[in-house]
Ligand binder design. Structure first.
Ligand code: ADP
Length: 432
């Protein structure tokens, strides 16, 4: 009053539980004092301070980075983790200082989107990298929500940044793996198509070649037969023997060509199967009898144990074709001893269908097949002795293909030096 200046202060008046804005003006007669009740404003400020305190406590208790901004988006507080991660101080980061830890390629977009939220009050969400104190960038999913006062006016923003680098890397890794798998699949498909093309042209070649060679060979055999029969004039015994050798060679060649054609047909899926009620035991007996003469001529015994009827729905011609192949091999490759043909109904693992199957065994006392070759002999053009005079190595390949078309399979058990047993399995008609 002595200085004649105005005075202003805010004062809490306990009896009224109210806050007043007090202004005192010196006047000619003394002093004018104005009181303005500012309790509401004071309470709002207090409430905001308390809510800020709560957010600070919350912000420091969560594993994320967190921050608070004023209504215009100026950030005035970061949690401890933010400072730990970025290695920055509040002074550097205040207001819009956080742009310094943004990645240069993302900062413009991030600023634009967050500014839009600050202007409109819409919740904010974005994903971007943030630079750590070591200079490394990690990915964060970031969100901010507006805090409003009782009138709905935005007073603060509370934001979090969650490190999702591991998730992003896992997703990228998954994508890489998927991409690799896609490539591998495409490559496998390319190879399959290539193989199909090669097989197709090989099949065509085999078929064309076999047809072309079969006819002249047939004609040659016909003329040789005319000579052998003496129709073109009397021949000496030696000449007849030579012609018989020629004819045997022609027969062997025709046999090979027949095998090649059969293989080409099998590869082209042109082998037709018809299923009729068949007694497999009878088929086995007949097939064995077909080879008795050959076996005897080769000095081999032939035993058949197939007495009980084995009714099965199958293709008898195809079964016979397979058995002929097995018997012909047994005769071809067994220098001495015996061949046994045996049939049985079996149950057990490895059997097709419900586990019951009809089995036909062709056993010989030949050289046997080394263990590592027991699968490869079923591949085309595989022969244990490439110098052997007979066979192109396709008989077993065709037989196995046909056996599988019949719903069965062929397997071999063998002991080197003692012999082999080839087993043709077929599904039985009716389970007992
Ligand atoms: P091929 O008899 O025309 O050569 P296969 O496919 O029938 O063709 O047989 C493939 C190979 O398996 C034969 O070359 C032979 O080395 C071997 N093999 C087949 N059957 C027997 C057997 N009973 N004993 C020993 N080896 C055999």
């Amino acid at each position: 009053m002595a200085e004649h200046t105005t005075a202003q202060f805010e004062e809490y008046y306990p009896p009224l539980e109210a806050w007043f804005d007090v202004r005192a003006y010196p006047t000619a007669d003394g002093l004018s004092v104005y009181f303005r009740n500012i309790t509401l404003r004071k309470r709002a400020e207090q409430a905001l301070r308390e809510s800020e305190e709560r957010f600070r406590a919350l912000g420091n208790s969560i594993p994320q980075l967190a921050w608070m901004a004023d209504s215009s988006g100026g950030i005035f507080w970061y949690n401890e983790r933010w400072h730990e991660y970025t290695g920055t101080t509040l002074e550097e980061m205040q207001g819009w200082g956080w742009r310094k830890v943004q990645h240069p390629e993302h900062v413009d977009r991030v600023v634009e989107r967050i500014r839009h939220s600050f202007e409109t009050g819409e919740p904010w969400e974005d994903t971007f990298p943030l630079r750590s104190r070591t200079g490394e960038y990690r990915w964060f999913l970031s969100r901010a929500l507006p805090i409003r006062d009782a009138d709905g006016k935005v007073v603060r923003w509370f934001g979090t940044n969650t490190d999702i680098t591991a998730e992003i890397e896992a997703a990228a890794e998954r994508e890489r793996l998927l991409e690799r798998e896609r490539e591998a699949r495409a490559e496998a498909e390319r190879r399959r198509e290539e193989l199909e093309r090669v097989t197709e042209s090989r099949t065509r070649l085999m078929r064309g070649f076999s047809h072309d060679v079969k006819n002249p060979l047939g004609a040659a055999d016909g003329y040789a037969q005319l000579l052998e029969d003496g129709i073109l004039g009397e021949l000496s015994t030696k000449q007849v023997q030579s012609i018989q050798r020629i004819r045997r060679s022609i027969q062997t060649s025709l046999h090979l060509i027949h095998d090649l054609l059969e293989l080409a047909r099998a590869e082209a899926g042109q082998i037709e199967i018809e299923s009729v009620p068949t007694d497999v035991a009878e088929l086995a007996r007949e097939a064995a009898e077909d080879f008795r003469a050959q076996a005897t001529a080769a000095g081999l015994g032939l035993e058949v144990r197939a007495d009980d009827a084995l009714p099965t729905d199958t293709d008898p011609a195809r079964v016979r074709q397979i058995l002929s192949n097995l018997l012909s091999n047994a005769v071809k490759y067994t220098p001495g001893g015996r061949i046994t043909v045996e049939t049985e109904v079996r149950t057990g693992s490895g059997a097709p269908g419900d586990g019951r199957h009809v089995a036909i065994h062709v056993t010989d006392t030949g050289p046997g097949i080394p263990e590592e070759k027991r699968e490869t002999i079923f591949q085309e053009f595989t022969r244990l002795d490439p110098e052997a005079p007979h066979g192109a190595g396709v008989g077993l390949a065709i037989s196995r293909r046909i056996a599988r078309l019949l719903g069965g399979d062929i397997t071999v058990e063998s002991e080197v030096g003692r012999g082999s047993t080839f087993t043709l399995r077929l599904p039985p008609t009716t389970p007992e």
